[in-house]
Design a protein around this ligand. Structure first.
Ligand SMILES: C[S@@+](CC[C@H](N)C(=O)[O-])C[C@H]1O[C@@H](n2cnc3c(N)ncnc32)[C@H](O)[C@@H]1O
Length: 217
């Protein structure tokens, strides 16, 4: 089941690239202000890997505070938009599937926005193992995602608790994974697999959570 859904999910974001900003963020100026606030609070400094960079709105903010940003996404169409948006010398874009990408580099920060909720539960532990391998000593993971209170806005496939159906403007439909984040539950799950974390609900007008995790010593 999962591999098919992950392929559908990648296909969905490829086809959605041109309409992503308008449907995900609507008011770009307001989105940039919120992103700047959250990035300012999280302070992702040093060498940063951004997973699932999408159209680069977060990449733009990361590039302003990090030494270097490696921004990765599986969808070449979204990366093309991100490249145009963020022509900074300290940013390198990579088109790759995070589940199969390999690198010798190690990062001070691995960051992702609106990505963890797209990781299937049966890959959760594997994903966090992968993150551990990407972090430098003393490195940390920073993330932002949608709070579980937003769950009702999705059309869950009957009988499935993590697969939703999404429709694009051209009428095409896709099945993707969507696991909204309950801060306490995520904290407990991470502790269970050897991570210390702080996961908080954002106080702003987005019903989001943001957090930080480090391998437990
Ligand atoms: C909800 S969007 C988030 C984009 C951006 N981080 C943001 O917050 O605006 C999810 C992103 O995950 C990317 N993605 C989906 N599957 C992926 C995979 N296996 N590896 C890397 N990126 C993937 C999609 O192409 C899409 O850009």
């Amino acid at each position: 089941m999962t591999d098919d859904v992950l392929a559908d999910q990648a296909g969905y974001y490829r086809r959605r690239a041109g309409e992503y900003d308008a449907t995900a963020y609507a008011d770009l100026a307001a989105a940039r202000a919120r992103i700047a606030r959250l990035v300012g609070e999280m302070r992702p400094t040093g060498a940063v890997l951004e997973i699932a960079c999408g159209t680069g709105l977060w990449t733009e903010a990361l590039a302003g505070v990090a030494d270097t940003v490696t921004a990765l996404d599986v969808a070449p169409e979204t990366v093309a938009i991100a490249r145009d948006r963020v022509p900074s010398d300290n940013v390198e874009f990579v088109v790759a599937d995070i589940f199969s990408w390999t690198t010798q580099e190690r990062f001070d920060v691995v960051f992702f926005s609106a990505w963890l909720s797209h990781v299937p539960m049966n890959r959760f532990e594997q994903f966090w193992k992968l993150l551990r391998g990407l972090l430098d000593e003393d490195g940390r993971v920073l993330f932002v995602d949608e709070h579980v209170d937003e769950r009702d806005k999705e059309a869950y496939v009957p009988g499935q608790d993590e697969i939703v159906e999404r429709r694009l403007r051209d009428g095409s439909t896709f099945r993707i994974v969507k696991n909204f984040v309950d801060p306490e539950q995520l904290h407990r799950r991470l502790r269970g697999i050897g991570w210390e974390s702080r996961v908080r609900r954002d106080d702003g007008d987005w019903v989001w959570v943001y957090g930080e995790a480090r391998p437990a010593t």
